[in-house]
Design a protein around this ligand. Structure first.
Ligand SMILES: [Zn+2]
Length: 215
C-alpha cells in the first residue's frame, strides 16, 4: 500500500513528504525542509520507526524552504537529489534566496541536482510509480509528481487549496503557471488528492470548481 506522511517544517511551514510502499518499505523523500536538529530528529525517527529504506530525494522545486534538509538527507542516507534542471541556478544560490527573506545562511549552502527530471519521467517508489509533470511558472523547474494508482499528486507550490503559487520570485511567470495548471493538472481525475507544498490538501475537483485563479 502507498502511504504518504506529511510534515510541516521550518519557519515557512513547508510540507515535507515521505511517500513509501508498506510492502517493500522503500521511500521517496519530497522537499526535505528540516532546518533544526529537532526537525531532523523528527524526520529520522519516522524513518527508523517505520523501518523505511530511503531511496531518493525529489524536489518539487528548489526554493530554499523546500530544500533546507536536502544535503542532510543526501549525506545521511546516501541518496541522490532529483529535480527539474531549470531550477539548478536556484539550488546554487540558496544564500541569495535567503537574503531576499532577510535570512543569513552559510555562503556555501547550495543544493546540486544529481538527477535532472523532465516531463514524462517516472519515479518508482516500491511498487508504485509517480509521473513527472513539468509545470513552470512558480519557478522555472517546478514539477508535479502524479501517482495514478494512488490517486494523488504532490504539487509543490504550483497549486494550493483556493490559490496558486506566487510568481513574483526569480524566474516566475504567471501566464505559464496558469496555462500549465489548466493543461496538466485540471485534466487529472477529479478525485485525485492534491498535496501542496504549504497548507491543507485538496482535490482536483474542488480546485476546478472553486479556485478563483483557474476558473
Ligand atoms: Zn516555492
Amino acid at each position: 500500500m502507498l502511504k504518504i506522511k506529511q510534515f510541516a517544517f521550518n519557519p515557512f511551514g513547508v510540507s515535507t513528504f515521505i511517500a513509501y510502499d508498506t510492502d517493500t518499505r522503500e521511500a521517496m523523500v519530497v522537499d526535505p525542509g528540516m532546518i533544526s536538529d529537532r526537525e531532523r530528529k523528527i524526520f529520522d525517527d519516522f524513518i527508523s520507526t517505520n523501518q523505511l529504506k530511503v531511496k531518493q530525494i525529489v524536489n518539487t522545486h528548489l526554493h530554499l524552504d523546500h530544500c533546507f534538509g536536502d544535503n542532510y538527507v543526501r549525506d545521511r542516507y546516501g541518496v541522490t537529489v532529483a529535480a527539474g534542471l531549470p531550477d539548478a541556478s536556484l539550488g546554487r544560490n540558496l544564500a541569495r534566496q535567503a537574503a531576499e527573506f532577510g535570512m543569513v545562511l552559510d555562503s556555501e549552502d547550495s543544493v546540486g541536482i544529481d538527477v535532472p527530471l523532465n516531463e514524462g519521467d517516472v519515479i518508482t517508489v516500491g511498487n508504485y510509480s509517480f509521473e513527472v509533470l513539468h509545470v513552470p511558472g512558480h519557478s522555472p523547474g517546478s514539477i508535479v509528481l502524479y501517482c495514478a494508482e494512488g490517486a494523488v499528486a504532490i504539487v509543490g507550490d504550483v497549486l494550493f487549496k483556493g490559490s496558486i503559487g506566487r510568481t513574483d520570485l526569480e524566474g516566475g511567470n504567471h501566464r505559464l503557471l496558469i496555462d500549465g495548471i489548466k493543461a496538466k493538472l485540471l485534466p487529472l481525475p477529479g478525485k485525485t488528492m492534491v498535496l501542496p507544498g504549504h497548507g491543507p490538501a485538496t482535490t482536483i475537483e474542488a480546485e476546478k470548481t472553486s479556485n478563483p485563479y483557474i476558473r
